[in-house]
Design a protein around this ligand. Structure first.
Ligand SMILES: Nc1ncnc2c1ncn2[C@@H]1O[C@H](COP(=O)(O)OP(=O)(O)OP(=O)(O)O)[C@@H](O)[C@H]1O
Length: 761
């Protein structure tokens, strides 16, 4: 075929596809108008006479309004969302039919599909068909659009035998085109190029636990997000009402992924970084990370016993440890009832408290404790008294001494105040005795020293799982003024708010003051699950007691040393329920040259690492530099200048935590154009988890290994972030010989994969 033939083929095909896309947008404009009309009439259908808040009696009317306006509003939101590439695929079938695939389904006036939603069963062959099993597809076509213009076409011929002889086949593959595109600061959806093994995980049944594993860059995150969109499409009632929670490691990560679901037309999913999960029961929102030794201790399941001991005795009462320490008992309760002097000793009161706590959560024990105290005092009355039993409770329970004893022995305990008590060496020593070594206790105390002033604590991400555990152990305070739920409505109720109200009413409202307030979800999707500590798993399970789960992770990228404890937690979660595992085998992110180096590094210390096959090769080997300390700024200037020229997208500088501040200063001092600065980010490896940059500079790899208990596995995370180019910079003291870092020792002896995308051995 001549050049002319190819280009005329292409322009003819582009024009053909453009005609169909135009038809879709016309139909969409009509549908948007219809939805606008329906949403407006829905909103006027119900108006609250209260305007500011909503209580139970309003629920029915709100529900009606919801039902009426919800569908229209939702549809409108979907239609109005920016849908770059609304139509992205076309299937030419053996029977001569043609199907178009897109982000949402669109019908014409006769209800004939103009576009099939990518999640519909009819769209499955678009992702699953191969030359070996064409599933009735002759040609698969991917359309690339900018706004509403078709700008490129990529074809795969799947069934040459059934294809008409004049069927044009254009382009060299949509996947490669997508993978080589420059990366921005937000993750993009992959709806046009989902691969077969990914599609299987996306469309797996919702029940039980679905585990998605695989090495770095295999699409685990993006696949899991498409799965969330698929579940909402296929079981909308169940999951929109029940809620879907997506959990990731950090805020940076949540910002990175936040556009994916809306671009797929889904905005009813709750996204939380792991430090913000307990915001449903506690006013906490943690972003600070502890040093990794402290985080490991705080994440360990050993903390459960420590916290249980901690709350056994309120702050005003000496802590009873297992050391045989004799508690100094609070003073006796002395009061006079109708001339009869009654005395309950501190020892008796302690006994009553223990008896109550055996059956009741601490914050719910007060009522039972009060009754026991009244009974005990009644038993002390002399035989010849003239007080009726039913009057007795009234006589004692308003007595100041009785009220003081009640407040002393049954104070309302708050999770935050309780955890703060652990920062006192004498308290920690008593409750952690026999559970944590003295060294571990010192590590914990050091980390609590960073909490800041009492009452205004800067809780860490690891702390919030402890706070959540305490909230569960203590129970909701009964005297809390907030026991009655009030849901605030803004005067101008927007479409989104309508959904929120019904969701919140359904999921949060409770009439039982004893019930826990944890917001629960019907599906919980946990990303970077290898880093979820046992304590964090417990926190998550409180949100998903009845949920189905998608768990995504790669043990080779774990931040923790004790992976057995972690495995046990996941086992506990799965229990006897259904479980299915999908392994992603292809690395779509890093070129083979970069991944080869990273794979060797991890295989040396962690031979069982699951090494994927890198699908791309750039021909550019990583640059491994060694510089004297005093030359670091110059080296960074050189590398950032060079990389900014060679890649079009983002540049990430990955630093050990101890250097982050200095390095940020150093980068701020570089001479860079504003446009380059906007592409440049400086992050620690933990912050870079799950993220990617076109070019990556890893600073001081040996220090990254040394500063994390995950060691080499954390360096592996850093080395696998680039989509194009990798530079490492080892730093040696000024004047010392320029020897490469220890992390580079013996790499030749370890398996990686040959540059060019060969399968890892
Ligand atoms: N089928 C696909 N088509 C286009 N791009 C893809 C495809 N699958 C994955 N990618 C891209 O590969 C990159 C890596 O994906 P993702 O971040 O989901 O991998 P991951 O397995 O979660 O990685 P890590 O374990 O390192 O966090 C992303 O840029 C993603 O968009």
């Amino acid at each position: 075929m001549t050049t002319h033939d190819i280009s005329s083929d292409l322009s003819r095909e582009l024009a053909l596809e453009q005609a169909h896309v135009d038809k879709v947008y016309e139909r969409l404009a009509v549908a948007t108008k219809e939805a606008q009309r329906a949403a407006q009439s829905g909103a006027s259908h119900y108006r609250s006479d209260r305007g500011d808040y909503l209580r139970e009696e309003d629920m029915t009317s709100v529900y009606e309004r919801d039902v009426f306006a919800y569908q229209a509003a939702k549809r409108l939101a979907i239609l109005e969302a920016e849908h770059e590439g609304l139509v992205f695929g076309r299937l030419d079938l053996t029977d001569g039919d043609t199907d178009y695939i897109g982000r949402i389904g669109v019908h014409d006036d006769d209800y004939e599909p103009l576009v099939i939603d990518w999640r519909a069963r009819a769209a499955e062959p678009f992702y699953r068909a191969t030359a070996a099993d064409p599933m009735g597809v002759v040609r698969r076509r991917v359309l690339r659009c900018r706004d509403d213009r078709v700008i490129a076409i990529e074809d795969d011929l799947l069934d040459g035998e059934s294809a008409p002889s004049d069927l044009p086949v254009i382009g060299e593959g949509a996947l490669m085109a997508a993978l080589t595109r420059a990366r921005g600061h937000r993750m993009r959806d992959i709806v046009a190029t989902i691969q077969g093994e990914q599609d299987e995980a996306i469309r797996a049944p919702y029940q039980g636990v679905t585990i998605i594993t695989g090495g770095p860059g295999t699409g685990k995150t993006v696949v899991a997000l498409h799965r969330a969109a698929y579940l909402l499409y296929t079981h909308r009632r169940r999951f929109e009402q029940g809620g879907v929670l997506v959990v990731g490691p950090s805020d940076v990560f949540m910002n990175y992924i936040e556009r994916v679901l809306p671009s797929l037309g889904e905005d009813s999913v709750t996204l939380h970084s792991v430090g913000t999960i307990p915001s449903d029961v506690l006013p906490v929102d943690a972003h600070r990370t502890d040093h990794s030794e402290a985080a490991v201790i705080k994440g360990s399941v050993r903390m459960v016993d420590i916290l249980a001991r901690l709350i056994q005795v309120p702050a005003t009462v000496p802590v009873v440890g297992r050391t045989g320490h004799q508690p100094k008992l609070e003073k006796d309760l002395l009061l006079t009832v109708k001339g009869n002097a009654l005395r309950l000793t501190g020892k008796t009161l302690l006994g009553l408290r223990r008896q109550t706590l055996r059956a009741t959560k601490t914050n719910h024990a007060r009522r039972a404790g009060r009754d026991l105290m009244v009974n005990a005092l009644w038993d002390l009355m002399p035989e010849d008294h003239d007080v009726e039993r039913e009057d007795f409770a009234g006589l004692v329970s308003d007595h100041p001494a009785f009220l003081e004893a009640l407040a002393t022995w049954w104070p309302t305990q708050h999770a935050m105040m309780e955890l703060r008590r652990l920062s006192y060496p004498e308290v920690l020593a008593r409750v952690a005795d026999g559970i944590l070594s003295p060294q571990d206790q010192r590590t914990l105390l050091d980390s609590f020293a960073e909490l800041g002033p009492e009452g205004d604590e800067d809780w860490s991400v690891a702390d919030v799982a402890l706070l959540d555990e305490l909230a569960a152990l203590l129970g909701t305070p009964l005297d809390d003024d907030n026991t009655e739920e009030q849901l605030f409505l803004t005067a101008e109720s927007s479409a989104n708010e309508i959904v929120t109200v019904s969701d919140r009413l359904a999921r949060e409202r409770t009439d039982d003051p004893y019930a826990d307030r944890f917001v629960t979800y019907a599906h919980v999707l946990v990303d970077e699950a290898q880093d979820i500590t046992p304590m964090q798993w417990r926190m998550l399970r409180r949100r998903g007691a009845q949920a189905s789960w998608t768990i995504v992770g790669d043990p080779a990228q774990s931040s923790w040393p004790d992976r057995d404890e972690l495995a046990q937690e996941v086992e506990a979660l799965v229990g006897l329920g259904q479980r299915r595992t999908f392994r992603m085998s292809t690395n779509y992110r890093s070129p083979a040259e970069v991944f080869d180096l990273a794979a060797k590094v991890v295989a040396r210390d962690f031979p069982e690492a699951d090494l994927p096959h890198a699908v791309r090769s750039t021909g550019i080997a990583p640059e491994l530099r060694t510089v004297h300390r005093g030359q670091l700024a110059d080296a960074l200037q050189e590398e950032v200048d060079r990389l900014a020229d060679q890649v079009r997208g983002t540049i990430g500088v990955i630093t050990p935590p101890s250097r982050q501040f200095d390095l940020e200063q150093m980068l701020a001092g570089l001479e860079l154009d504003r446009s380059v600065r906007e592409r440049l980010t400086c992050v620690t490896t933990l912050q870079a988890k799950g993220l990617e940059y076109d070019a990556v500079v890893v600073v001081a790899p040996d220090e990254i290994v040394a500063e994390h208990v995950g060691g080499t596995r954390i360096l592996y995370v850093a080395l696998t972030r680039p989509t194009q180019q990798l530079v490492t910079i080892d730093i040696v003291p000024n004047g010392a010989p320029l020897a490469p870092g220890a992390w580079r020792a013996d790499l030749d002896e370890y398996p990686g994969q040959a540059a060019g995308g060969a399968q890892a051995s």
